[in-house]
Design a protein around this ligand. Structure first.
Ligand code: PLP
Ligand code: COI
Length: 341
């Protein structure tokens, strides 16, 4: 199969229209059979639930070309499960797991020419999402929904790839105590837009959020979980019920323990501990692991000893092991890799 004529190595994290996307509609209490379509536009009522009351959620995963030339995806079952949890919380119908995985397979196969080649540093980012499509004017859930899934080839989430970024401790919150921080609701991201624009205006790459109840413990950023490394090479990651349960973070924790013998602590992390860490990074599907070189806490600069040029050694090792598993260089744990074609 001939690949698209793109400069794969120069891709940023943006939208490029690919050939086919999957659509299924929920009406009268049931999902239809679903289909692939060329049409990348959506036509809905001016009064649709998504437009009036933000009844929408999404997922993110990637398709990779392995060293062996196969196209694979990584743990799509966990994205299906997390989307089900999100839908239940937002009073939306669950799109069944087997159908979610089948939709991933259909979209990736139909867009195989858009899956970046092995070694290019790029991947096909997949975006499953769902929204309330029927009219609602009183505040209540919609009765009809649309599930869609498209792919777009992407490069690194942060310009500069593995170059360390600078983050600031945020005064604003992305989530409320007992709110929706642990699900992938579109509204969480709308909440973070003003703050990310303001962070960029002030020279920061991202916001590091604190727990919304006490503003004391480290939570996550707008689109990724956080990893720290201690002086004695332990991996530490925040535990909180207002952060998204990142599939990348859960996988990295397993990889660190089982492949690399690294001790891992998942616990509350007080912001006063920040100067004690020797490495820090963001992790997520889009970000993979992006090293953090500097954290700014209201003018006070905390410079990670790993510096502003590269990964520190521990995060580099876990990064290389996870991406090695995804690219077919290292044997994957049972059930992590779904071969598509
Ligand atoms: N945290 C937030 C708020 C996110 O949006 C994401 C991205 O999906 C993550 C963490 C990372 O999750 P995952 O590793 O499942 O992509
Ligand atoms: C992802 O990593 O898949 C995300 O959803 C993060 C961001 C692009 C919102």
């Amino acid at each position: 199969m001939e690949k698209q004529n793109l400069d794969w190595g120069s891709l940023g994290f943006g939208y490029i229209k690919t050939d086919k996307r999957y659509v299924s509609n929920f009406k009268d209490g049931a999902w239809d059979n679903g289909t692939l379509t060329d049409d990348n536009t959506v036509a809905i009522s001016e009064c649709a639930g998504v437009l009036q009351y933000a009844q929408t959620c999404f997922e993110g995963l990637k398709a990779y070309t392995t060293k062996q030339g196969k196209i694979v995806t990584f743990r799509p079952d966990l994205n299906a499960e997390r989307m089900a949890t999100t839908c239940e919380r937002l009073e939306m119908p669950v799109f069944p797991k087997e159908r979610f995985i089948d939709a991933v397979k259909q979209v990736v196969s139909a867009n195989a020419s858009w899956v970046p080649p092995y070694g290019s540093g790029a991947t096909l980012y997949l975006r499953p999402y769902m929204f309330g499509s029927s009219s609602v004017i009183g505040v209540k859930p919609a009765e009809e929904y649309q599930f869609r899934l498209f792919g777009t080839p992407v490069g690194p989430y942060f310009k500069g790839g593995a170059h360390p970024i600078t983050v600031r401790i945020s005064d604003l919150d992305r989530a409320a105590p007992h709110g929706t921080g642990d699900i992938k609701a579109g509204l969480n991201y709308a909440m973070s837009l003003h703050n990310i624009v303001d962070a960029h205006k002030n020279g920061f790459d991202e916001n590091m959020y604190l727990d919304p109840q006490t503003h004391t413990y480290i939570e996550e950023t707008g689109g990724a979980n956080i990893l720290f490394v201690t002086k004695d090479n332990k991996l530490v990651t925040p535990k909180s019920n207002s952060i998204l349960p990142s599939i990348t973070r859960r996988s990295l924790v397993d990889v660190a323990k089982k492949y690399l013998g690294i001790e891992v602590e998942e616990r509350k992390i007080h912001k006063d501990e920040l100067p004690d860490f020797v490495e820090c990074g963001l992790c997520g599907t889009a970000a993979v692991i992006s090293p953090i070189g500097k954290i700014v806490d209201h003018g006070k600069e905390i410079c990670l000893p790993s510096g502003m040029n590269d990964f520190g050694p521990v995060l580099k090792k876990v990064y290389e092991t996870l991406t090695g598993i995804q690219m077919g260089l290292i044997e994957a744990p049972e059930g992590w890799i779904y071969e598509i074609c």
